[in-house]
Design a protein around this ligand. Structure first.
Ligand code: HEC
Length: 118
């Protein structure tokens, strides 16, 4: 009987650990940027619209020189772009409170797409 109870207790502990670990992994990765989402023309179009409205004044070709670096999209991983957009970094504002997750993912899809210019 005691052995049975201990086996159960152990099983619960292991399940709990696995739960905590998987929860942490999901939180660290943030969101899923699937190929299906990244390649969807509607998402790319939404990102393009938002970029023109909000990002080009700092990142665009016509931006005041020195406002922000030219984006080197070929060197980025999508997760990096999404993280910078969401959380900001030094002179780069965070957009989490302005744009919802889909909009931030769409901006990422546009920047990573072949349509992107800046
Ligand atoms: C107020 C000016 C400003 C606006 C508006 C702005 N950014 Fe930025 N952004 C910056 C600056 C400055 C940096 C560089 C931060 C650093 O690395 O010190 C930056 C960095 C970035 C980076 C990382 C570039 C790299 O190579 O490290 C990305 C991606 C980015 N911005 C995307 C965007 C998007 C998308 C928008 C529109 C939602 C946007 N930015 C709007 C100023 C701006």
């Amino acid at each position: 009987m005691l052995r049975f109870v201990m086996a159960w207790a152990l099983a619960f502990m292991l399940a709990g650990t696995a739960f905590v670990l998987s929860g942490g992994a999901v939180a660290a990765a943030g969101v899923e940027l699937t190929d299906a989402f990244m390649n969807d023309p509607d998402n790319i179009a939404l990102g393009k619209k938002l970029f023109a409205k909000q990002c080009a004044r700092c990142h665009g070709r016509k931006a005041y020189p020195g406002k922000a670096p030219k984006l080197k999209e070929k060197t980025y991983k999508p997760e990096f772009v999404y993280k910078r957009i969401t959380k900001g970094f030094r002179g780069m504002p965070a957009w989490k409170s302005r744009y919802n997750e889909k909009q931030r993912k769409s901006l990422t899809a546009y920047i990573m797409s072949k349509d992107f210019t800046n």
